[in-house]
Design a protein around this ligand. Structure first.
Ligand code: 5GP
Ligand code: ZN
Length: 113
């Protein structure tokens, strides 16, 4: 486990060894912008506890996450949004540190057309 943590890019982001655009930080949780956003404001929320899948994360860390998701969607002003969390390669997980995607949908009236 220690070796996996040392190689984990999200643990490096938590430690500041890889730069990120931080949005919210608490003692248990970090939220930052996704480097390859699916929409404007696409954010990732991660527990500061290293674990690959949801079932590996203690409840007190998980409990910190959804209120931050709510804060982020309110901050974007998006009326429609997805909260996604992938577990395992077959479920499209690429980074083996639990993360919740917050993906705002552009509001209709902000469209270019
Ligand atoms: P997954 O497919 O594992 O659910 O999503 C991983 C997400 O992490 C992807 O949306 C990807 O763009 C994002 N990501 C991967 N590496 C980095 C990084 O170094 N910095 C940031 N900010 N996001 C990353
Ligand atoms: Zn990690």
């Amino acid at each position: 486990m220690a070796g996996k943590m040392a190689a984990c890019i999200f643990c490096k982001i938590i430690k500041g060894e890889i730069p990120s655009f931080k949005l919210v930080e608490t003692d248990k949780t970090l939220a930052f912008l996704d480097i390859n956003p699916l929409s404007r404001g696409h954010a990732l929320i991660i527990p500061k506890f290293h674990g690959a899948k949801l079932a590996d994360i203690p409840d007190e860390h998980l409990a910190d996450i959804l209120p931050i998701a709510k804060k982020l969607v309110k901050a974007t002003g998006a009326e429609e949004y997805n909260i996604l969390q992938n577990n395992g390669r077959g479920a499209h997980q690429l980074v083996d540190h639990v993360h919740f995607h917050v993906i705002p949908k552009p509001n209709e009236k902000e469209g270019l057309g």
